[in-house]
Design a binder for this molecule. Sequence first.
Ligand code: JA5
Length: 234
Amino acid sequence: MRIDVVTTFPDMLQGFLLESMMKRAQEKGIVTVHVWNLRDFTRDKHKTVDDYPYGGGAGMVMKPEPFFRAMDSIRKAAPETGPVIFPSPQGEVFNQDSAKSLSSEPRLIFLCGHYKGVDERVLDGLVTREISIGDYILTSGELAAAVMIDAAVRLKPGVLGDFDSAEGDSFQQDTLEGPQFTRPAEYRGMKVPEVLLSGNHAKVKQWRLEQRIKRTRERRPDLLSADQENHKKS
Ligand code: JA5
């Protein structure tokens, strides 16, 4: 999979691309990421990427030309097709199904906005998916793009080891994770639940399922289906 990101703040992405899962995915050759600086596609001395809004009003709007020129270069650099994503609170809301759909694309292109927004012709002429990562305001699209990239890339075969494979994750199984403990068995008076020290694997498994369901019922009852409630009884 090839990922291209167009941004006025390349450094906002570099850190996360160089660490942890994203680093390993690139080392294994499962994904290649190219970060493009939008200012490299300006043609004026001051590398201007924004301008005043037609019709007036507060805030600046990102100019269309640098985005169109960047897309010309990106498409020339690699021909693979895939969605052109604009992170925006106006978009469809991202979830684990969205992550799965992105993870199976051969190519992802993210165009990151800043300031008040982007000239509508960028959305009409270049963008194929406008995606929100939730109902809150961010200053720019980079962090939202990073969230979507992380969620998608970790689902690609071979990125996670067998050990922490995505199979058991929350949402993959529609319940939250239960509590986890490691040594020591007692710390500052706080004890690890007895069942986990018992060595009884059947009891441990049943306890963990109960804990997941209890936590999900308390915190995210919207996730709980009748199916999982039935599991508990059996
Ligand atoms: C702001 C110009 O879903 C949360 C999001 C907030 C936000 C996103 S996604 N993009 C932008 C942006 O501001 O491009």
